[in-house]
Design a protein. Structure first.
Length: 356
């Protein structure tokens, strides 16, 4: 009886800890999706060199952050897959969660861009071999924004197999880094999948090491920031592909960890900030899938209809970022999630009549 009580106590403590980690991860996803939207404010020749540099910094860690978070959630929720029936069930689950929204948003983007191209000049027009870009390499085509969804699905298929073959967590981390050094083909986003696999694995391993059980300002923010800044300064001196790859992994992991810990502290800050981070995190999928449509519409209106130029960069950028966050958030919370069909097709989740 005493042993059962101890086990129940440990399980209860673990659930409490996991709930706290989930809360932080939602805030981290909120911070991450805000950075994604800001990073996608691209005005070409209209933007100053300083903004190009800021976007370059954001790009070193904003997508790795989402891969780290995905690895943490996988480690928290997914048991070992040891048989074909278990793998097949896992495949079906992830296909419904990722491939169905991918297909739906691809179709929406295709129709919207075909219609818009009649009247406006698009930065990513519908062109080339559509079947290739839709089914094999979205990063190179009109729906390039959806590469992350496609890549994450491929990683979900690869990782359980690697975990089954490599039992030791640190060896697994080393194996995924080595695999990222090979020149994988672009087909099926294999090049991107192996490029981002180390970040997913880092989240998985760090959770198993109980790194996220407590909020540690020194280990969680200060140390990653020092490493990030040091490596960022050195990256221009990388003399080989392997060195460049190692630097990009360090930048992505340290930047991601810093964001996760900073997001955790935002929950203790002003109520408006903590609530906003959580709301953005909960709606991150909808914002990610829909934000380029909203941002593209605002960009076309301000630059091609109103014909604002370089002097209006800041208001255009603010308007694009605000539209990229606010419009998809409203649509996702108050339209899509109220329909079970729309929720399954666009978000890959069950809808609720009480959403929002």
């Amino acid at each position: 009886n005493s042993r059962k009580m101890v086990r129940r106590g440990i399980t209860s403590l673990k659930q409490t800890t996991d709930n706290g980690i989930r809360e932080r991860l939602f805030a981290a996803k909120g911070m991450g999706i805000a950075l994604v939207v800001i990073g996608h404010v691209d005005l070409g020749v209209l933007q100053p060199a300083s903004w190009t540099a800021i976007r370059e910094i954001i790009y070193t860690f904003h997508m790795p952050l989402f891969m780290v978070v995905s690895g943490i959630l996988f480690s928290m929720t997914q048991k070992q897959i040891a048989s074909w029936p278990e793998y097949r069930a896992f495949f079906k689950k992830k296909a419904a969660r990722l491939l169905v929204p991918y297909a739906t948003i691809t179709a929406i983007l295709l129709m919207v861009k075909l219609a818009a191209s009649v009247f406006f000049t698009l930065s990513r027009p519908v062109a080339g071999n559509l079947l290739y870009f839709i089914f094999l390499n979205p990063l190179g085509g009109f729906s390039n924004i959806l590469w992350f969804i496609y890549t994450l699905f491929v990683i979900f298929l690869l990782f359980p197999v690697l975990r089954l073959l490599v039992k030791n967590d640190l060896v697994l981390m080393a194996v995924t880094i080595l695999l990222s050094l090979f020149p994988w083909p672009q087909a099926f986003c294999l090049d991107q999948a192996f490029l981002y696999l180390p970040f997913f694995t880092a989240g998985y391993v760090l959770y198993r090491m109980s790194f996220f059980d407590e909020v540690r300002p020194l280990a969680g923010i200060a140390a990653p920031l020092v490493i990030y800044l040091s490596v960022f300064v050195l990256r221009s001196h990388a003399g080989s592909f392997a060195a460049s790859r190692a630097i990009s992994i360090l930048l992505g992991v340290t930047g991601g960890l810093g964001c996760i810990t900073a997001a955790a502290y935002s929950l203790c800050g002003p109520p408006f900030l903590s609530r906003m981070m959580t709301i953005l995190g909960v709606s991150a999928t909808g914002i990610y899938l829909l934000h380029t449509i909203a941002m593209g519409a605002v960009k076309i209106f301000l630059t091609q209809v109103m014909q604002y130029g370089e002097s209006a960069f800041l208001p255009i950028a603010v308007a694009m970022a605000a539209a990229g966050l606010a419009l998809p958030l409203i649509i996702e919370r108050y339209v899509i999630r109220r329909s079970s069909v729309a929720s399954r097709l666009i978000l890959g989740v069950k809808g609720s009549s009480h959403a929002g």
